[in-house]
Design a protein around this ligand. Structure first.
Ligand code: HEM
Length: 225
């Protein structure tokens, strides 16, 4: 593993693998969260959240892998950016970046930093309170006043227009990050074949559709509580 990370190609490959993993997580995270806008007053969302929040495999195997994946992706992103910058210094005078690359590809580090800031806020909002309830207070019942608490907690978080505004801005950065990240990750693992065009179209739908869906969830709860 450390051998793989010593070469530039190896680092890009590992970065791409962690990106695929996070994109898969995002899809399942979206699939669960979208149920919070179903017209069943949170019943489906509560059931799914309770399952995910109390299942041993999810809590003790998948969650630590996910946290590792998130940290790895951010750390590796910063390392790649620093290495690129030091390599670029020599040729920058001749290389007009704006002419041969997109804004998104040149600013992955900034869209990534915006997502990192969002993750910190998001963990303070949702993840730390969950860890506190379950692992510190030892309450795995998922109940508050005899009812599942997850849906009400979610609704409560989206009351503040400031928080909703911050989330929506972060989701726009997420779309920009994914728009370049998706095709770049496929390039890094060498996927260049007859499916490339189809993959690019799928990438665009994913990169815009998933963040747009998250925006809908945040706005829905802000205007319906
Ligand atoms: C409106 C949009 C979103 C809602 C309502 C939402 C909701 C939640 C909730 C309720 C949790 C706590 C789960 C638990 O630990 O039991 C959570 C955790 C988490 N969220 Fe989100 N989320 C949203 C968007 C996002 C986005 C866009 C990302 C990534 C860019 C993200 C990344 C995470 C991560 C990494 C965790 C911790 C891992 C986990 O336990 O699932 N979330 N989110």
């Amino acid at each position: 593993m450390s051998g793989l990370l010593k070469s530039s190609i190896g680092r890009k490959f590992a970065m791409a693998l962690s990106a695929f993993f996070l994109m898969f997580f995002l899809l399942q995270h979206f699939a669960i969260n979208i149920t919070s806008i179903f017209p069943d007053n949170g019943a489906t969302f509560n059931k799914l959240s309770h399952f995910m929040g109390t299942n041993g495999l999810v809590q003790y195997v998948m969650q630590p892998i996910l946290i590792f994946g998130v940290v790895f992706h951010f750390v590796m992103g910063f390392i790649l950016e620093m290495k690129n910058n030091s390599a670029r210094k020599v040729s920058y005078a001749k290389n007009n970046g704006a002419a041969n690359s997109t804004w998104m590809s040149r600013n992955m580090i900034y869209s990534g930093a915006a997502i990192l800031a969002f993750i910190v806020l998001h963990f303070i909002d949702f993840w730390f309170p969950e860890i506190n309830t379950k692992f510190i207070q030892g309450d795995w019942s998922g109940l508050h006043d005899g009812e599942f608490r997850y849906f009400h907690e979610l609704q409560h978080k989206f009351v503040s227009p400031l928080r909703v505004g911050a989330y929506v801005i972060a989701f726009v950065f997420l779309a920009l990050h994914l728009l370049h990240g998706f095709s770049s990750a496929f390039q890094s693992v060498g996927a260049n074949n007859k499916y490339t065009r189809g993959l690019k179209t799928f990438g665009k739908i994913y990169a815009i559709g998933i963040p747009a869906g998250f925006i809908i969830i945040a706005l829905f709860h802000h205007f319906n509580h």
